[in-house]
Design a protein around this ligand. Structure first.
Ligand code: ATP
Length: 305
């Protein structure tokens, strides 16, 4: 069953350029979908529209069968959102943050207490129960935010770049928390710039560029959309290549079969280039599908309809 269904979402802020240019996206129960794309691609705009914070210029959003554009107040109790750069209030404790969030969401004191206890335990926050948030690391603070979302028992949770700026250990602890959210049955929409994060967590990845979903699929599906199983990276100027490749400045990413990676590397080294060869990653595939990370796109209002 689809928890979130968005159809034909268009958004322009200035009447001249499409920030979203006809986006379709669905997420089912206990699934994590990720929006992945360059700066300015439209990720936050989509999250704000799907979470009823912003009206689309055109298009439909349904959350558990309810029209979220027409009836935002009906769907708000079903969703929870952790916006980009969200910070919990610093001078309260982890327990108080979760408990007071639930009271604000309209739960009774008894329910709020029970649900906050449950979320603290599920996210291993017990040792920090009485710690004021300014004494917690960035990763633990984010875990408190995820606990708030988990405790709220929402069917649909939006997380806009939940691990931005976190160290690798903290990031992993947030990933564990997100996996826990999914196990609880929630549908999750994540935005991220970290391909590794998308690969590890997502059931489905939506690659967005200039307001358009250019590809969607499981991480495995997307990996197979770029040629070969290996990548040769070479640094140099104006390289003529027969193999499929993407150029990022003076860096060439060349997509090949592992059987020929060695001979191509040797040839390029012979031409005086610095070369590395490795197995193809999802990041390589995304770069291929995007044709290299680009500057913001120029989809003009009226040009596509
Ligand atoms: N409040 C706003 N007013 C005007 N234009 C906006 C506003 N918010 C976003 N935009 C524009 O809409 C486009 C999409 O922006 P959005 O923030 O959705 O992208 P994003 O993919 O989330 O980017 P990032 O990865 O940098 O967070 C960009 O061209 C941006 O400049």
């Amino acid at each position: 069953m689809s928890v979130l269904t968005a159809r034909g979402i268009y958004k322009t802020y200035d009447g001249r350029r499409w920030a979203l240019n006809g986006v379709d996206l669905e997420i089912g129960k206990a699934r994590i979908a990720t929006l992945l794309g360059p700066n300015g691609a439209g990720k936050t705009t989509f999250v704000r529209i799907a979470s009823t914070e912003l009206l689309p210029t055109k298009g439909e959003v349904e959350i558990l069968g309810v029209d979220a554009v027409r009836y935002p107040s009906r769907v708000r109790p079903l969703i929870s959102i952790i916006p980009q750069e969200a910070r919990p209030i610093n001078f309260i404790t982890a327990w108080e943050a979760i408990y007071s969030y639930l009271l604000l969401k309209g739960f009774s004191r008894g329910d709020a207490k029970r649900m906050a206890e449950w979320a603290m335990e599920r996210l291993s926050l017990e040792p920090y129960r009485r710690t004021q948030l300014f004494n917690l690391s960035g990763g633990l603070k984010r875990r408190v935010l995820v606990a708030m979302a988990l405790a709220s028992n929402a069917s649909l949770i939006f997380l806009d770049e939940p691990t931005v700026g976190l160290d690798i250990i903290s990031r992993r602890s947030v990933w564990d928390a997100l996996a826990e959210l999914r196990r609880s049955g929630a549908a999750i929409l994540l935005t991220t710039h970290y391909v590794e994060e998308a690969e590890l967590l997502s059931d489905e990845v939506f690659i967005i560029d200039s307001g358009t979903i250019i590809r969607r699929g499981s991480p495995k599906d997307l990996l197979s959309l770029a040629p070969g199983d290996a990548v040769v990276e070479a640094y140099g100027d104006s390289l003529e290549l027969d193999e499929p490749h993407v150029r990022l400045g003076n860096r060439y990413i060349i997509y090949v079969d592992s059987a020929v990676a060695g001979s191509l590397s040797t040839e390029l080294i012979g031409r005086g280039m610095t070369v590395t060869a490795r197995r193809k990653t999802l990041e390589d595939a995304v770069i291929y599908l995007l044709g290299g990370w680009r500057e913001e796109g120029e989809a003009e209002v009226g040009s596509d309809e």
